[in-house]
Structures are given as structure tokens and as C-alpha cells.
Write a protein that binds this ligand. Structure first.
Ligand code: TNX
Length: 489
């Protein structure tokens, strides 16, 4: 027996109660929006765009009349309490209709995602069982990262990823835009970065870069799905593509060739050269102007060819530049050594790192432990794609951990959230990307959203099983883990 849809929601809602009655979608059903709420209207249009092709129903979007009509879906801010926050929502069936209450766009949007999961994945009847849900996230930062530097992904592929993240209430996509192997964003004041650096890729990977218009298109698409893009320029190591594009950035003034290997830690910007800071401030300035989000990720990882003293000097100047641009700095956990400023965000990834040290300096933590959520790691010894230097990560391993207890001396209030990176040394197309992310990413989404209490692998794996048909209906190439009793329909 398949589980009822409301028993299989991922992420699991904070509060769910089964109620009597049902809301049936019919050719007469409408999506009704509270007058004057642009947020509700935007979410309603999104929902209609999803449900029309699925159900074949017309589902017009209209301003709500006074009385509820059975079979209709309502969006309203009335009755949405402050406890819901910006991202929370209430979803309930009342008098044969379905009502989504929220205080902001994200809340309405997440109500839509829950509603989608309450309907069958591919075939009617289009009925929503009687239910009352009140739901809001545990953490504000719930994300994934795509490394487009080792191997490039197109605008359409990134949009597809954004759609899949949104379906599970993830709200950050971190784009790793530069590395030794490639540079992926046009910077007008340093055009060779994209024109030359963008022509590189890891062996077997794809080259390319985003124009500014394309990046803005992605940022807008992300916003329409309640997702914030987090652009990363990796500094001062992982910079061979930049060094290859401009000889003056090199210590010896000689540009190296493009690099197609997989080794890390050999490249560095020249901390002692003033032009380095002109470069960093031009690049980050153009990127800041391009991105509507508040974050600039400046990398900082594996700068094995940068002396400690130079690293501190360099990162201090980068912090000044980011502060001047009015953005929030994000860096990999190596930046703890450089000294942090209050409000900096540190992305914790290494096994033996010191999150407590970052918190003491006033930073907040984004948890990306490489042994749990480095989704470029193989599932098991037989997995062809991926690497295994950190761990083998089966679906259970990616789910059965908690962001607060994974490192010692970290408290709930220190953690901003969780992010699962996908490095692409061995991942070179959409199908491979999906295979590594799914289904592990669903577990990450639940860890970021749902209360810690009551989460268990034994219960989760049964809910996950019900998402096999959903992922299949969405055409997602996912790993059919033997740990999960997948449902067929
Ligand atoms: C470590 S994680 C890296 C990346 C690699 C990845 C491969 C981190 C901040 N640096 O440069 O792509 O391992 O798994």
C-alpha cells in the first residue's frame, strides 16, 4: 500500500493534523487571491503554471470573492500569524476548498510546494485530503552549491536545478564561479577572465561562461522561486584560470597555461602586488552590482601556495572590499585563520576545523561537513561517478546527522543552516548532476527545514520511498538506493 500523500511530505512539516473532508479540483476550480497582495498573486500564477499541465484543468487565477467556493484554492495573508515568519505558511482544507495563508512571498511559495506534494505525482484523481498544516523552517540557510568552474552548466540546466531545489524548500544556490580550471562570469573590466579563462575546463568537462545578462536572468529566476544566488569567486588560491588570463597577476609576471587536471592548492594570487587588489575590487564590485542577494562568497580554501602571513594580509583587504560594497562575506572555513569580523559567514567543510573559534569572533556557521553532504562523494564503492577522499556517502549517511551536533561546542544559535556542495571534477552533464544530488539532497532539505525532534532514518526512508514516483514524473535521474523501499507508483 502506498502511503497517503500527506504522510510522505519532505521536508516533514512542523505540525500536521488529519481532518475530515476533501478538496477536489474540477474544471470549475479557480485559484483565488486576496485583493492587493502581489506576493499571493505571484505564487498563485506559479502554482497555476505547474498544475495546469499536470491536471489538464483550466485553473484561472482570480481575485477572491467574499465567500469560499468548494474546489477552489485560496491565497490570503488574513489569519497568518507572526509565528509563521517570512517563510512559513498554513495550509488547510475548509468547506471543500483549500486555503494557503502566509505573510510573504516565500511562505506562499512553500505552501504551493506542499500542495503539489499533497496531489498525486502524475495521475488523478486531483483530490487533496482534509488536512491542517502549520509549517516554518528551522534554519534560514538551506542550500546547495554547484561548481560550474570545473565543468560548466548552461542557464537552462541551472534553471532546472533551481526548480528542483525549490520543490523541497531549499532557498540558496551557491555558484562556484571560478577555479583553477575555468572562469565562468563576464567581468567587463577584465574581459579575458571569461574570454580566455572561460575556455578552460577539467579534463572531459565543459567550457563556457555566463554573460552578465544571463547571470541576471538566473538571479531573477531564482528570486521567483524564493531562492537567493550566492556567487563565489575563489581567492587567493584556486585561481589558475585568472592567472592564465592576465600575466600581471602572477608573481613572476608570466601567465601559466590553462589547467585541466584535478589537483588543488598550487595556484595563488600575489598578495604583495597592488594590482591584485585592483583586480579583486573590480571583480567583486561588478559581481556585487550584478547580484540582488546580500552575499559575496570569496572562497579562501586550500590556499596551500600562499604564505600564512600573506593569506592574513590578503583576506583582511578582501574583507575591507566586501564591507565597502555593503555585502556579507562568506568564506570556506580556512578563513577562520585570517581573523573574522562580526557578521561574516563561515562555511564549515573540513573534518578537523574549529567552528567554535569562528563563533567566538562573531561569525555564523553554514554547515557543509564533507563526510555528510559533499554530494560529489560516491554513494558506495560501486558508484562510477564522483570521488571518495572524504567518505562514501549513502542516502542514510547524508540524512542521519544534525548541523548542531556534528562538531563540538556549537549551539543552535550559532548555525545559520546547511548547504550541500556538488563539485564537478567528474560530473559533466545534467544527468550526472541529478544522479549525485538525488535523492541525497532531499535529506539535506529536511535537515535544514524540519524540527530536529522526531527525525529518524527509519521513518524518513519510508517517506522518501514515496518520492520515487515524483522524481520519476519530473524526469530526474536519481540513484535507486537499496536502502530505500522505493514505491513504483
Ligand atoms: C575540496 S571543499 C575542495 C574543492 C574540490 C573538492 C572535491 C573545498 C572548499 N575545496 O576544490 O573540488 O574538494 O571533492
Amino acid at each position: 500500500m502506498n502511503k497517503a500523500q500527506y504522510e510522505s511530505l519532505i521536508p516533514k512539516p512542523v505540525f500536521l493534523e488529519k481532518r475530515g473532508g476533501v478538496c477536489s479540483l474540477t474544471p470549475e476550480s479557480k485559484i483565488c487571491v486576496q485583493a492587493g497582495s502581489t506576493w499571493a498573486l505571484q505564487a498563485a500564477e506559479y502554482l497555476a503554471g505547474r498544475l495546469r499541465p499536470l491536471t489538464g484543468l483550466p485553473l484561472p487565477v482570480e481575485e477572491a470573492a467574499q465567500a469560499f467556493e468548494p474546489g477552489c484554492i485560496y491565497f490570503t495573508a488574513q489569519g497568518a500569524g507572526t509565528e509563521l515568519g517570512e517563510e512559513g505558511y498554513q495550509l488547510s482544507t475548509e468547506e471543500g476548498c483549500l486555503i494557503i495563508r502566509a505573510r510573504g512571498f516565500a511562505g506562499f511559495f512553500y505552501g504551493c510546494q506542499t500542495l503539489r506534494q499533497l496531489l498525486p505525482p502524475a495521475e488523478g484523481p486531483w483530490e487533496i485530503p482534509g488536512v491542517f498544516i502549520e509549517d516554518y523552517p528551522r534554519f534560514p540557510w538551506r542550500g546547495s552549491m554547484l561548481d560550474v568552474a570545473r565543468s560548466f552548466f548552461t542557464v537552462d540546466e541551472v534553471k532546472r536545478l533551481l526548480d528542483l531545489l525549490a520543490a523541497y524548500k531549499l532557498n540558496r544556490l551557491h555558484l562556484h564561479l571560478s577555479d583553477d580550471q575555468g572562469w565562468r562570469i563576464m567581468i567587463d573590466s577584465w574581459p579575458n577572465l571569461a574570454l580566455h579563462g572561460g575556455s578552460g575546463a577539467v579534463e572531459g568537462g565543459r567550457a563556457g561562461f555566463f554573460t552578465k545578462a544571463e547571470y541576471q536572468e538566473l538571479a531573477a529566476y531564482a528570486q521567483s522561486r524564493a531562492i537567493t544566488l550566492v556567487p563565489e569567486i575563489d581567492l587567493p588560491g584556486h585561481t589558475n584560470a585568472a592567472l592564465a588570463s592576465y600575466p600581471e597577476l602572477n608573481r613572476d609576471g608570466v601567465a601559466p597555461g590553462l589547467y585541466r587536471g584535478m589537483k588543488v592548492g598550487f595556484s595563488t594570487l600575489a598578495a604583495e602586488k597592488e594590482i591584485t587588489y585592483k583586480f579583486v575590487s573590480d571583480v567583486l564590485g561588478e559581481l556585487a552590482a550584478l547580484t540582488p542577494g546580500p552575499y559575496l562568497h570569496v572562497g579562501g580554501d586550500e590556499a596551500h601556495s600562499t604564505e600564512d602571513e600573506e593569506y592574513r594580509l590578503f583576506m583582511g583587504r578582501v574583507q575591507d572590499i566586501v564591507a565597502e560594497l555593503g555585502k556579507t562575506l562568506v568564506g570556506w572555513d580556512e578563513i577562520i585563520q585570517a581573523g573574522l569580523r562580526p557578521g561574516d559567514l563561515v562555511q564549515i567543510w573540513r573534518k578537523d576545523t574549529r567552528p567554535r573559534e569562528a563563533v567566538r569572533q562573531g561569525a555564523k556557521l553554514i554547515m557543509s561537513p564533507c563526510t555528510r553532504v559533499y554530494l560529489d562523494m560516491k554513494y558506495g564503492p560501486e558508484t562510477e561517478l564522483g570521488q571518495d577522499w572524504a567518505a562514501l556517502i549513502e542516502v542514510e549517511d547524508a540524512y542521519s546527522w544534525d548541523p548542531v551536533s556534528v562538531y563540538p561546542d556549537v549551539g543552535e544559535e550559532d548555525v545559520l543552516g546547511v548547504e550541500a556542495p556538488l563539485w564537478t571534477e567528474t560530473i559533466h552533464n545534467l544527468g550526472d548532476m541529478e544522479y549525485m544530488l538525488f535523492p541525497r539532497l532531499l535529506g539535506v532539505a529536511e535537515i535544514g527545514w524540519s524540527p530536529r525532534q522526531g527525525r529518524s532514518w527509519e521513518e524518513y526512508r519510508l517517506r522518501l520511498a514515496a518520492h520515487g514516483p515524483r522524481l520519476r514524473a519530473a524526469g530526474v535521474n536519481f540513484y535507486r538506493s537499496g536502502q530505500v523501499p522505493w514505491e513504483e507508483r
